[in-house]
Design a binder for this molecule. Structure first.
Ligand SMILES: [Zn+2]
Length: 356
């Protein structure tokens, strides 16, 4: 029997792949847009939430990315970034998330005059406020930021440098995102080399809208320690489950896959969750993790993703625990903090009735 969403909500979860600009509350967008005179498709929060879902549901990654014009428009001042970051933490904690990494691209938040440093510090302070609020309410959560470079822009090292500069001050990693087809990871080789020289963690969106060559570059040329999506790795697995060399390498090395089922349906990977390669990758014991990508555009939460997967593939508490432990093992945290997180996840599943 499928694990119901109420139980999923009570389970300790780790959100590795969640875009800060893809998870705003519709009511916050309406309020902030009104203050700055930004025109929205509708001013009714509920209708706006539906508009985001429908616009993102068109089946094209490019069209999907267009919805971000509205969220990014209301994330341009320090106060706006602070608010969105604080609400990100509160919403994740309310959903039972105990560790969350919020990724966003600082370069897209400078139109009102913020400097990169001011933008990063505004998010840092918002995350800190959110964590303090949640701790006071008895729902402790750790939230970090991953700084993203937009891959279709002119390749630069400055966001990688910014990430390293704030590595002890709320930034846990680096990422590249945006249109994947035509913008291979190797374009940012210089940024990745900089990060490697500084022993700093990064993930790469690869194998979402484009196939195996993108994943290969991310892993072998750039040395990403996690893969954003990586779902097209399924193209390297034969019908009888035999792994191609790249898929074999990624499984052997336990490279985490940040899989986002509902988001992938919207960008056309599969028609239903049951047809999503998650089932195949999990059955073959890849290090699969579950994330939302964009909670607003996909009208989802991590609990809902767990419940949908359980319903589609018959996953029980033991399976969901494996996915949560996988994510805890893959968090961009120092090893000692990761061990604490893994124990916390295991204890939470035990409290929810899991017995080994
Ligand atoms: Zn993403």
């Amino acid at each position: 029997m499928a694990v119901p969403i109420e139980i999923c909500r009570s389970l300790p979860k780790v959100a590795l792949h969640d875009h800060l600009d893809g998870g705003l509350r519709p009511a916050t967008i309406v309020e902030e847009a009104r203050l700055i005179g930004h025109r929205l498709p509708t001013d009714d929060p509920e209708a706006l939430g539906e508009w985001f879902y429908a616009a993102a549901d068109s089946g094209s990654l490019v069209r999907y990315l267009e919805t971000f014009d509205h969220t990014i428009a209301v994330m341009q001042t320090a106060a706006q970034l602070h608010r969105v970051a604080a609400e990100f933490v509160e919403d994740q904690a309310a959903d039972g998330v105990v560790h969350a990494e919020a990724r966003w691209a600082p370069e897209q938040h400078l139109t009102a005059g913020l400097s990169l440093v001011e933008a990063v510090e505004a998010v840092r302070d918002g995350l800190a406020e959110g964590m303090a609020t949640c701790a006071a309410a008895g729902r402790p959560i750790v939230a970090k930021q991953i700084l993203t470079s937009m891959r279709h822009g002119v390749p630069t090292t400055r966001i990688a440098e910014l990430a390293v500069a704030y590595r002890y001050d709320s930034v846990c990693g680096f990422d590249i995102a945006g249109a994947e087809d035509g913008y291979p990871p190797s374009r940012f080789a210089e940024a990745f080399d900089y990060l490697k020289r500084h022993n700093f963690e990064f993930t790469i969106h690869a194998g979402e809208a484009f196939g195996l060559p993108s994943i290969w570059e991310a892993v072998q040329l750039c040395n990403a320690s996690r893969l954003g999506h990586g779902v097209r790795l399924a193209d390297d697995i034969a019908a009888d489950g035999t792994l191609g060399e790249l898929a074999g390498y990624i499984r052997d090395r336990r490279i985490p896959l940040e899989l986002c089922p509902s988001s992938n349906l919207q960008t056309g990977i599969a028609g239903t969750i049951a047809e999503h390669p998650f089932g195949l990758l999990a059955a073959l014991k890849f290090r699969v993790t579950v994330s939302c990508d964009n909670r607003l555009m996909s009208r989802t939460t991590l609990s809902r993703e767990f419940a949908l997967l359980s319903e589609a593939f018959g996953y029980e508490l033991a399976d969901l625990r494996r996915f949560s432990v996988n994510a805890a093992k893959s968090a961009f945290l120092p090893f000692d903090e990761r061990l604490i997180l893994i124990d916390q996840v295991k204890a939470g599943f035990a409290a929810a009735g899991f017995t080994a």
